[in-house]
Design a protein around this ligand. Structure first.
Ligand code: IMP
Length: 204
């Protein structure tokens, strides 16, 4: 199989699309957004990041007729038993924005000292050649850090203003987009997926 020249990205999140296009564009891959093909969205009722990524990729491949890449990601906080996890986007309720989610997270951790605020972003990234592809490519990665006691920075999206990546002085929202892509769960999962795609193309 050759690497496709055009793929659809299942995400509707502008921040994620920007980050993923930055990694895929140099490969000469034309990247379309699923919103170009449908107003609908997938029902993300999986119980893991991998399941939800497959559901989203299947939906995007079906809507577009193109091979699809989808990711599902979220924040896992140890002091909260892994919450918000797969509920990261709607932690403060259905339709909650990032500010409300971050506020809820700060409140949930208000009694937790810095040393116990360990957390990580996780990402599952999948590639499906067609909607009923029985062998999706799957790549997973994580990004270790801690949750700050107050928000800092205006870059990124979601929980970035509260996420202190291990080994860095500030939050993920204080990194420029290229620096974040080099380090992040999504950047690493996507690079892993690109490597797997290239290997798959070689095997055929
Ligand atoms: P998804 O769109 O279903 O993958 O949900 C991901 C949610 O996890 C987002 O809405 C954010 O709240 C959070 N999230 C995932 N990746 C990041 C990141 O890189 N920075 C900040 N928040 C993230």
């Amino acid at each position: 199989m050759s690497i496709p020249r055009e793929i659809v990205l299942a995400s509707a999140n502008a921040g994620k699309l920007r980050e993923m296009r930055a990694i895929l564009a140099p490969l000469g891959l034309a990247v379309r957004a699923v919103s170009e093909f449908t107003d609908g969205s997938a029902v993300e009722d999986g119980l893991s990041f991998v399941e939800n990524a497959i559901i989203k990729a299947r939906f995007a491949a079906e809507a577009s007729g193109l091979p699809a890449i989808a990711d599902d990601s979220g924040l896992e906080v140890d002091a909260l038993g892994g919450e918000p996890g797969i509920r990261s986007a709607r932690y403060a309720g259905a339709g909650a924005d990032a500010r409300a989610n971050n506020q809820k997270l700060l409140e949930a951790l208000s009694e937790v000292p810095p040393a116990q605020r360990s957390a990580r972003f996780r990402c599952a990234m999948v590639f499906m050649r067609w909607p009923l592809d029985p062998a999706p490519l799957v790549s997973q990665a994580s990004w270790e850090g801690r949750i700050a006691t107050q928000a800092h920075g205006a870059g990124g999206f979601g929980y970035d203003p509260l996420f202190l990546p291990a080994g860095l002085p500030g939050t993920a929202a204080e990194l420029d987009p290229d620096a974040k892509n080099m380090l992040s769960h999504r950047g690493n999962a996507l690079r892993g997926l690109v490597t797997a795609l290239a290997e798959m193309a070689q095997d055929r």
